[in-house]
Design a protein around this ligand. Structure first.
Ligand code: RIB
Length: 307
């Protein structure tokens, strides 16, 4: 069984700022750091660090991608299916405050140049029972989902960042849907419902299960933890409190470690615990790919905090 993360690779330019820049305002940053990121790259690293045999597919620019490929290789991710394209790799501009909050401007670059031929070539190497992990930072996601479904691959979707492209995806094929409350509200188009502001996380989860009855749902709740639900089962898990340095890639780390456990046959309760420990370690460190913990660190954190 193989794990294929078909997703973005970005160079993250992280600016430390006292507060997020306001409309019309110019502020100086106190530092700039450059990290490897992209939801695809981060999740691929999390799966590999968990211990799964992991491939990343996607696209990078020929001239500026060396650090991205090296970082994946160092983490043990296979990079043979990452296409090299003319032009720039994807990049982001991230503001990070002393409280560890961030906001992100995304430039798609090579992530948006994937062709159907690229997809066919990659998926030719995978088969029934393999896992496909997707986010919403590359083009061709609907085509990738159709092809992977026809092959009998399991499909995991983290619909992030959320935008209208999500509604062009064949969501009925998704086996695991991992999303936060804002993404959940958008995917349910709950803004059209009367009492949007009053929806509790339990109600959101109920609505997601009703809308996607064949999917298993993980609803992440930021500081409140996360919930799992399917037609037969519900469970939830709080966060492990740590000093927050940078929340970038915490969600990606959570996804990789949660699914890492599920693929290994663990119950959702256990998978949520492991993912909470992994995410706590990720938020206590700066950067995206670099903040993703090793399996042994996650186990240690779990033993100490989930006694
Ligand atoms: O999820 C975090 C990631 O989102 C960052 O690494 C950035 O590249 C954006 O894609």
């Amino acid at each position: 069984m193989k794990v294929l993360v078909f997703g973005s690779l970005n160079i993250d330019y992280v600016y430390s700022v006292e507060h997020f820049v306001q409309p019309g305002e110019t502020i100086s940053s106190t530092a700039r750091q450059i990290f490897c990121g992209g939801k695809g790259l981060n999740q691929a690293i999390a799966f590999a660090k968990y211990g799964h045999d992991t491939w990343q597919a996607g696209a990078v620019g020929v001239g500026d991608s060396q650090m991205l490929l090296e970082m994946l290789q160092q983490a043990g991710v296979h990079t043979d299916f990452i296409a090299q394209k003319e032009g720039a790799s994807g990049h982001t501009i991230i503001q990070c405050t002393p409280q560890g909050e961030n906001n992100i401007i995304l430039f798609g670059g090579a992530n948006q140049t994937i062709s159907k031929e690229d997809v066919d070539k990659v998926l030719g190497n995978f088969e029934k029972g393999d896992y496909l992990i997707l986010q919403n930072e590359i083009n061709q996601v609907p085509y990738i989902m159709e092809k992977a479904h026809n092959k009998g691959m399991y499909i995991v979707l983290n619909p992030s960042p959320m935008d209208d492209k999500i509604f062009k995806m064949p969501l009925k094929y998704v086996d695991y849907l991992i999303l936060n409350e804002i993404e959940a509200t958008a995917i349910l188009q709950a803004k059209n419902l009367k009492n949007e502001a009053e929806l509790t996380s339990e109600q959101l989860l109920d609505m997601l299960i009703r809308k996607f009855p064949d999917s298993k749902i993980v609803l992440t709740l930021g500081g409140e933890g996360a919930m799992y639900g399917d037609r037969k089962k519900r469970c939830s898990q709080g966060i492990i409190s740590v000093k927050v340095v940078d929340t970038t890639a915490a969600g990606d780390t959570f996804t990789g470690y949660f699914m890492g456990e599920i693929i290994n046959g663990k119950m959702p309760e256990e998978a949520l615990k492991t993912a909470a420990a992994a995410a706590a370690l990720a938020v206590s460190r700066k950067g995206a790919g670099t903040s993703i913990p090793a399996y042994a660190e996650v186990e240690k954190m779990k033993q100490e905090k989930h006694k």
